[in-house]
Design a protein around this ligand. Structure first.
Ligand code: ATP
Ligand code: MG
Length: 280
């Protein structure tokens, strides 16, 4: 229990952080157990998410997918009652190591949420650059213009907005706003991008555009996506993990592996039932 409490309250700051490495990183969760107060929601979940790949997390509502995702970039600890045990290794380094800074983990591991959340009154350009200010990254004016273009191109939005970069982000369509949020995440050069149901509020066309964007990005950033859309998991992911919390028990991973195998020849009957839409 001591370890659990100390992990839920990491406060120590490193004296001097080495320069952050760049490029996609692998992420490995080891024996992650999570609680909200006395309610245990995950039980010893281990999963390796390979660099330069897209990992999909699937499973019925309430089985702990979002909790697991938030643990991967230290957002779980923002909830006052939250606690956890286990390790998360970014290219082999524990992001919960008390010698490491919280901001280093959040900078290396970005997040895109279910509901697009650009700053509505800020311009498209300012939205892309917003993360730099929050992380204290300095870039000169020419560098900023270049970065805005680069991130919007990578986010699959450049062509649609290049002539109105100073218009408010809130004036874009839902699908465009979500791609703006992806561009904003990319500006701080994350090594991993976590996406929690990024297309659930979008129409099929916007969904396909975001899926194409994800596939283009996968060479440069490791992607972990939560989705309820089985076709989406099958279309975009290389590896897949099926989470389940049966009858009030904490969530576990029932099965994980290459996406093709999970969908065509699952080893566990429950996986087969879920991916074929028989429950959940
Ligand atoms: N902030 C919180 N405080 C207390 N309990 C929470 C909190 N967030 C989630 N939970 C509980 O943790 C469990 C897992 O929730 P989580 O949101 O991780 O599930 P999920 O698999 O993402 O579900 P969905 O598919 O509906 O998004 C649920 O029982 C939920 O009620
Ligand atoms: Mg969720």
């Amino acid at each position: 229990m001591t370890q659990i409490l100390s992990r839920s309250l990491p406060r120590t700051r490193a004296a001097a952080a080495p320069p952050a490495p760049a490029g996609p990183a692998s992420l490995e969760a080891r024996e992650i157990t999570a609680w909200f107060g006395s309610h245990q929601v995950l039980d010893r979940v281990s999963l390796t998410m390979p660099a330069r790949g897209i990992t999909a997390l699937i499973g019925p509502s309430g089985c702990g997918k979002s909790t697991f995702l938030r643990i991967l970039n230290r957002m779980h600890e923002l909830v006052p009652s939250a606690a956890l045990a286990g390790e998360v290794l970014l290219d082999g380094e524990d992001i919960y190591d008390p010698q490491r800074r919280l901001t280093d983990a959040r900078r290396a591991i970005g997040m895109v949420f279910q509901k697009p959340n650009p700053f509505p009154a800020m311009s498209i350009r300012e939205n892309v650059l917003a993360g730099l200010r929050l992380t204290g990254t300095r870039v000169d004016r020419a560098g900023r213009d270049q970065l805005v273009e680069e991130c919007l191109v990578r986010g699959g939005l450049w062509k649609e907005v290049k002539d109105r970069l100073d218009s408010p982000g809130g004036g874009l369509s839902g699908g465009q706003q979500q791609r703006l949020c992806i561009a904003r995440s990319l500006a701080i050069k994350p090594r991993v991008l976590l996406m929690d149901e990024p297309c659930s509020a979008l129409d099929p066309t916007s969904t396909r555009v975001i899926e194409e964007t994800m596939k283009d990005l996968a060479e440069q950033v490791t992607i972990v996506i939560v989705t309820h859309n089985m076709q989406q998991a099958a279309r975009v992911s290389d590896t897949c993990a099926f989470f389940l919390a049966s009858q009030g028990t904490p969530g576990v991973i029932v099965e994980h592996g290459p996406t093709d195998a999970m969908f065509t020849s699952p080893q566990d009957q429950r996986t087969s039932d879920y991916v074929n839409g028989r429950f959940g």
